[in-house]
Design a protein around this ligand. Structure first.
Ligand code: PLP
Length: 399
């Protein structure tokens, strides 16, 4: 059976409905609550939230309600939320906005496992960049950070600004952000936290984390793509990177995406309500991993570390990641390679290399990620499809 999506060219694109979607960390399916909120906002008609007339005020009310929902989800005041065009822009605003506000007198200490939205923004920021190492278990090396901060020469290096994500997108490994932020605070430094993958999967509270900036994205929590937000502590140095009409307290000019923001607010509220259900995925994930280890000889990346309940990154040396992804795709299962693909070439995962994984592991790691609409049976389907593909190839000699 197939369903059809109508695209604007009037061509029809077929998507098999029997598909198992195990790629929630890439993007989560749109939640019904988000869809409803977006449709209601779209049905408001022409509305610019900056207009003073009734229509404009109605759009403004939608945005402010969503600001409360996003703020509530991370334990912040609504007033400290800046809506952006996504997680990438929120990361860029935090990094460049902090560097510019400090007049470049800072050093960015970027963890070796950051998403490119942070790592590349740091590289382009004009500031000096250092790498913060992770240990073999995939978590930030706090001892190394502490040692560095003890010896920090602020005259030569300026303010130290740590960039550390809350949960890694590839492995799901949760980072010791509160501990790291405390080290930075004691050293007179700042902490930027990319919480894009953590929001809606574990509790996120800016006060408990003690960070200065925190970025989030709507489409990872079941909201629409192209919407995100940056929270920053009142008083934390921040300059706008986009200039224009002065929206978002002049920190992010540009007419707001009203429907998208409405969808973000509704999605994040539903995701927070669903946190216990998300946590319950861990039992099914662990059972799937046990089976894949026993029957398929896989190595689970970060198995001993605290991980997001719905993420499983595993490797089978000798079974190339791209071959696995294609075989699963043919079986109707959507997953991602543990390594990024670009221009047809598969690059080894920077994250796995930072953890000291062997080439054999790094070349054969895939990421499966589950979420709000995953059924327990989906874990079995993924394991069945993977084992069948493995039996045809890498396990052939054993059958
Ligand atoms: N940060 C992390 C950790 C991510 O996983 C992603 C998306 O994959 C982003 C940032 C970028 O977010 P967006 O897709 O909303 O630009």
């Amino acid at each position: 059976m197939q369903i059809f999506l109508q695209v604007h060219t009037r061509r029809l694109t077929a998507i098999p409905v029997s598909m198992i979607y195990a790629d929630h960390n890439a993007t989560a399916p749109l939640r019904p609550e988000a869809r409803e909120a977006m449709l209601a906002a779209l049905d408001m008609g022409a509305t610019n939230p900056s207009s003073v007339h009734a229509r404009g005020r109605a759009a403004r009310a939608v945005i402010e309600a969503a600001r409360m929902q996003v703020g509530g989800a991370i334990g912040s005041r609504a007033a400290d939320i800046i809506f952006t065009s996504g997680g990438t822009e929120a990361d860029a605003l935090a990094v460049q906005g902090a560097v510019d506000a400090l007049n470049g007198r800072c050093t960015l200490i970027v963890s070796a496992i950051e998403h490119e939205a942070i790592a590349k923004s740091a590289g382009h920021s004009g500031a000096v960049v250092q790498t913060a190492y992770v240990t073999a278990d995939g978590t930030l090396d706090l001892d190394d950070l502490r040692t560095r901060m003890t010896k920090w020469d602020a005259d030569a290096l300026g303010t130290p600004v740590l960039c550390i994500m809350l949960a890694n997108n590839e492995t799901g490994i949760i980072q010791p952000v509160a501990e790291a932020a405390a080290i930075m605070r004691d050293a007179g430094g700042l902490t930027i936290c990319d919480a894009v993958q953590a929001l809606g999967k574990i509790p996120v509270n800016v006060a408990l984390l003690g960070v200065d900036y925190l970025s989030v994205s709507a489409h990872k929590v079941g909201g629409p793509q192209g919407v995100g937000a940056l929270w920053h502590r009142a008083g934390a140095p921040l300059k706008a990177i986009l200039h224009g009409g002065g929206q978002e307290r002049s920190l992010r000019s540009g007419t707001e995406n009203v429907a998208g923001i409405a969808g973000f607010g509704a999605a994040v509220e539903a995701a927070i309500r669903d946190l216990p259900n998300y946590a319950a995925l861990a039992g099914h994930r662990d059972a799937m991993e046990s089976r894949l280890k026993a029957e398929g000889g896989v190595v689970v990346i970060g198995e001993g570390s605290e991980r997001l309940a719905g993420t499983s990154n595993f490797a089978r040396p000798g079974f190339r990641a791209e071959t696995q992804v294609m075989a699963l795709d043919l079986a109707g299962v959507c997953v991602s390679a543990g390594s990024a693909c670009s221009s047809g070439k598969v690059k080894r995962s920077v994250v796995l290399m930072a953890m000291g994984a062997s080439d054999a592991l790094a070349e054969s790691a895939i990421r499966t990620s589950f979420g709000w609409n995953t059924l327990p049976a989906d874990f079995d389907s993924v394991a069945d499809a993977w084992l069948e593909a493995a039996r045809r190839t890498v396990l052939k000699e054993n059958v």
